[in-house]
Design a protein around this ligand. Structure first.
Ligand SMILES: Nc1ncnc2c1ncn2[C@@H]1O[C@H](COP(=O)(O)OP(=O)(O)OP(=O)(O)O)[C@@H](O)[C@H]1O
Ligand SMILES: [Mg+2]
Length: 506
């Protein structure tokens, strides 16, 4: 169906694609695998008409094409689900899906038809998307489903899936994989990008590995296991889970008592929730997204005012504090939406790294910024956290997805927090970097930080946590010590079918 030949793309200081050859056959899932910044999204954005290649050609069904814009690519039957959402928050689901559709150009007159088809698609594929809800009301997971519906709606014959599963729960991934498979069996060609090797092995027909913008290998799930893939993409052995430590937790640093928080839809997103995290301890919060995790994290961070209950951070009542005041009491916060809440896209790397302490010594004295100190500090963080960037002055939104996440982790962990709240800390991060981030979070134990790790990735929660709390419908269904936790016991709590009585008393 598609051939990309000798594709080269340069950005200032970066060779993002270096004579890449890539093809897609009808009926297959072809996976692009590679570290953060390897050039996967760039290659796919060229295919989708968002970027133009500097060299090389693209052939569709054997004929050379110049893809000049996404609408042009769509008219050629190419659809893309982006890594970062391209939805308009102030429009409804139906309006977003209708955007750019030929039939609805001009007044959005047949929105009813669009809504009906969305409902139909969402039923067929079990995607649970409601046409009349506004995008800003939706969780990340729900927004992703809208993106998928949008692509399915356009009935693309080549479908580019740039980390579509990063925000889905394990059972949603199972469902969506069945859909992807059905779409491929139907004669479509799918390009799949994921950092989760298990998924890559499950879904792919062929795998192409990219490193530093170059194709460095081809393989298939029959020929490679997880360790082979890790080795192929990183070029060294990768430990897939950090060593478990025994810890001696100290005094409680974060105490949440009967907390209720409203969500954007106005109802109680968090309902009378209580929990405690001690110094040196990591509490994992598992659960399907949309069950109040985001609202809980935002309330702790001072971004959302609770309706009832208290939050106590290191002995201070921070329930009604502003974000900056909570930070001054010792909170570090890694939000689930890195581009919206974690970094300022238009700022450069340096500015984002000192965003929270630019007004303090040693970066500032008597009202003047100390550029030498700032540069030294930022250079160290970029190096330590392996943020791949051509310079410290690079605009943050130009970094690859995983590298933006590493940048935020660097800033938040380096602040030496008393309490850390990290939502989906390794979403979209390659396995080499995930290994590093896990190590750094685990190291917070020795520093005496009380950490909360919110994640939909059960493997991540199980690998990192000392205790695992499961959230469902705004409440904690149970808290299980890691040693007693199994995927099954947590999975049961996640669906709200069972409460862990013993866990609740603990
Ligand atoms: N618009 C842009 N301007 C400048 N540099 C860019 C731009 N887009 C991408 N880059 C650079 O090109 C390189 C490849 O980025 P790309 O987003 O394709 O990586 P990726 O493989 O998708 O990584 P990830 O797994 O983190 O999403 C990176 O070094 C990135 O900083
Ligand atoms: Mg990418």
């Amino acid at each position: 169906m598609l051939q990309m030949r000798g594709i080269t793309k340069r950005f200032p200081g970066v060779l993002a694609s270096d004579h890449v050859n890539f093809d897609v056959r009808a009926g297959e899932v072809h996976t692009l695998l590679g570290e953060n910044g390897a050039g996967k999204s760039t290659l796919m954005k060229i295919l989708y008409g968002l970027y133009q290649q500097d060299e090389g050609e693209i052939l569709l069904h054997g004929k050379p094409v110049k893809l000049t814009s996404p609408s042009h690519a769509i008219s050629q039957g190419i659809g893309m689900i982006h890594q970062h959402f391209m939805l308009v928050p102030t429009l409804t689901v139906a309006e977003n899906v209708a955007l750019g559709l030929k039939s609805t150009r001009g007044p959005l007159c047949d929105l009813k038809t669009v809504s009906a088809r969305i409902t139909e698609l969402s039923k067929t594929f079990g995607l649970h998307v409601f046409p009349d809800e506004y995008i800003w009301q939706l969780s990340v997971g729900e927004r992703q489903r809208v993106e998928i519906i949008k692509a399915l709606y356009r009935d693309a014959s080549i479908l580019i899936l740039d980390e579509p599963t990063a925000v889905l729960t394990p059972s949603e991934v199972d469902d969506i994989f069945k859909i992807f498979r059905r779409l491929a069996n139907d004669g479509r060609g799918l390009v799949f990008i994921s950092h989760k090797l298990k998924e890559v092995l499950e879904l792919s027909d062929r795998i192409t590995v990219l490193r530093h913008g170059r194709v460095t290998g081809h393989t298939t799930p029959a020929e490679s296991d997880r360790h082979d893939l890790a080795q192929l993409m990183v070029g060294r052995e990768v430990k897939l889970a950090p060593d478990a430590h025994d810890i001696k937790p100290g005094k409680p640093l974060l105490v949440i008592d009967k907390l209720s928080v409203d969500g954007d839809r106005g109802r109680h997103a968090v309902q009378g929730l209580s929990l405690e995290v001690k110094s040196g301890e990591i509490l994992g919060i598992a659960g399907i997204s949309g069950n109040g995790q985001r609202e809980l994290a935002e309330a702790i961070a001072g971004l959302r005012t609770p309706q009832a209950g208290t939050i106590t951070l290191d002995g201070h009542n921070t329930t009604a504090c502003k974000p900056r005041q909570v930070r001054e009491k010792g909170l570090s916060y890694v939000p689930e939406e890195r581009m919206k809440d974690g970094a300022v896209g238009e700022f450069d790397i340096k500015e984002n790294l000192i965003l929270l302490n630019h007004n303090k010594a040693p970066f500032c004295s008597r009202g003047f910024l100390n550029f030498a100190k700032i540069t030294e500090h930022c250079r160290r963080l970029v190096k330590e956290y392996a943020v791949k960037t051509p310079s410290l002055e690079t605009t943050t939104s130009n970094l690859s997805g995983g590298n933006i996440q590493k940048l935020i982790m660097a800033r938040e962990l380096d602040a030496g927090p008393k309490v850390l709240v990290a939502s989906q800390p390794t979403r979209g991060v390659d396995i080499g970097a995930a290994e590093y981030i896990h190590k750094r979070i685990a190291a917070q134990r020795e520093r005496g930080t009380a950490s909360i790790v919110i994640s939909e990735d059960l493997d991540e929660v199980m690998a990192l946590s000392d205790r695992i709390a499961v959230m469902f419908d705004g409440k904690i269904m149970g808290i299980i010590p890691r040693k007693e936790a199994t995927r099954e016991s947590i999975g049961l709590l996640m669906t709200g079918e069972q409460q862990h009585e013993e866990g609740l008393r603990r």
